[in-house]
Design a protein around this ligand. Structure first.
Ligand SMILES: NC(=O)c1ccc[n+]([C@@H]2O[C@H](COP(=O)([O-])OP(=O)(O)OC[C@H]3O[C@@H](n4cnc5c(N)ncnc54)[C@H](O)[C@@H]3O)[C@@H](O)[C@H]2O)c1
Length: 387
């Protein structure tokens, strides 16, 4: 049996996402399982190289997780001929430069979103990947979540009939940081550091809408900075210059050309009265479904109750009990790890990853046009992107 070992320089692994989702929940479990086997019997193993600015932090993580190689020299790791893949989960504002350098050095790249702060930069990255002939993957984690996998299966099976609408509700209360520590980094609330709800989440919503329903044709958004002052990691107050909520309406088009209305509320200033932190409801002529991160419930036309609006009467039925859970019917692994494995297979096969930099650029485009829509208070059509 041949083994192909892929060396992955992992930048930003001291951060929330880089550490938890990518290192601890994806790459280390793959490594500790001895890799995985391809259809032709080849074993694929991974060898992380931890990269970060803070020597003490990076070396401690390496020690803690039994990782042999680590460095504080990002440029050196990118130039290292033994490194196959450069992964980036560092601060958004630093990303495009890192990815450009990595692809310029002929490395395959796997990266957190958003890929860039501007559409031009994001498209440029897609062009560079194409010219360099490297495999580029961008985190599209929500599409690998069990709840959304089940929702997509219902679409594929024609469960909904004609799809009419999709609505999403995302968010939770992020503490200001004054009396209780904030559970998100302070740069998320500073526009000048690449923060903001629209920038952060519309790139997710773009691939979720594309992946479940179809193309996004227009956007109408209203952003808000509900909490104008927050407290940073040092306990100092700072002005929140970025939007902490974004309310969007999207015109969608299915692959058959049918129009669907999409609407997603995203907020870090909302308290959760939902089963999960994000939920999507799809309504169609023949059925409806509600999917969260894990669970998905559905209701068929034949089981649809017939409520009659009468505000003078108390509710007579329990609407939530009228839905049936959609089973997984299989093992649905952690979404980040599932996408990593798919990406690594693509690297070994020398082919494109299905969620690459052009899809990511459409995400950046949606965020940019969402912000523009809010600033100009109008609906904006979304032009097709080409490279
Ligand atoms: N896929 C998802 O669901 C998801 C969720 C949250 C965040 N993200 C993305 O992941 C990325 C990281 O977000 P996070 O929440 O982990 O942030 P974080 O602040 O916890 O981590 C950022 C990382 O960047 C490094 N960093 C910060 N400032 C730096 C600087 N000036 N120079 C060099 N390195 C610096 C930090 O040391 C840390 O390793 C962001 O681009 C964000 O958009 C994705």
């Amino acid at each position: 049996m041949t083994t192909r070992t892929l060396r992955i320089a992992m930048n930003g692994i001291t951060g929330r996402m880089g550490y938890r989702q990518h290192l601890v929940r994806s790459i280390l479990p793959i490594r500790d399982a001895g890799g995985f086997t391809l259809e032709d019997g080849t074993r694929v193993q991974v060898e992380p190289v931890l990269v970060g600015r803070n020597e003490a932090k990076v070396s401690e993580l390496a020690r803690l997780h039994d990782v042999e190689h680590w460095t504080t020299d990002l440029d050196g790791a990118i130039a290292d001929p033994t490194v196959d893949i450069v992964f980036d989960a560092s601060m958004t504002s630093l990303r495009a430069a890192t990815l450009k350098k990595a692809m310029g050095a002929g490395k395959h790249i796997f990266t957190e979103k958003p890929t860039a702060e501007t559409l031009d930069e994001a498209v440029d990255l897609a062009r560079i990947a194409k010219d360099a002939g490297v495999t580029a993957g961008v985190v599209h984690d929500k599409l690998y979540l069990p709840g959304l996998v089940k929702l997509r299966r219902l679409v594929d099976e024609g469960f909904f009939g004609r799809i009419l609408s999709i609505r999403g509700e995302f968010g939770y209360w992020v503490f200001e940081g004054e009396h209780q520590d904030a559970q998100r980094p302070s740069w998320n609330y500073r526009k000048e550091d690449g923060g903001g709800m629209t920038t952060d989440m519309f790139c997710h919503w773009n691939y979720v809408l594309e992946g479940i329903i179809g193309s996004v044709r227009s956007v109408t958004a209203r952003t808000a900075t509900h909490i104008p002052t927050r407290w940073d990691e040092q306990g100092q107050p700072y002005p929140a210059t970025a939007d902490d909520a974004s309310y969007g309406i999207f015109d969608l088009e299915t692959p058959d050309g049918d129009p669907v209305v999409g609407q997603i509320n995203s907020s870090w200033a909302v308290r959760v009265y939902r089963d999960e932190l994000v939920e999507f409801q799809v309504d169609g002529t023949h059925g409806s479904a509600v999917a969260g991160l894990n669970k998905c419930v559905a209701q068929q036309r034949a089981h649809t109750p017939k409520p009659v609006w009468n505000p003078d009467l108390p509710v007579t039925e329990s609407f939530r009990d009228q839905w049936l859970e959609v089973p997984a019917n299989g093992d649905l692994d952690n979404g980040f790890k599932a996408q990593w494995e798919e990406f690594l297979r693509d690297v070994v096969a020398g082919r494109e990853h299905r969620y690459g930099l052009l899809s990511a650029a459409r995400g950046v485009q949606l965020a940019e046009l969402g912000l523009k829509s809010s600033a100009e208070r109008r609906t904006i059509d979304i032009p097709a992107l080409e490279i």
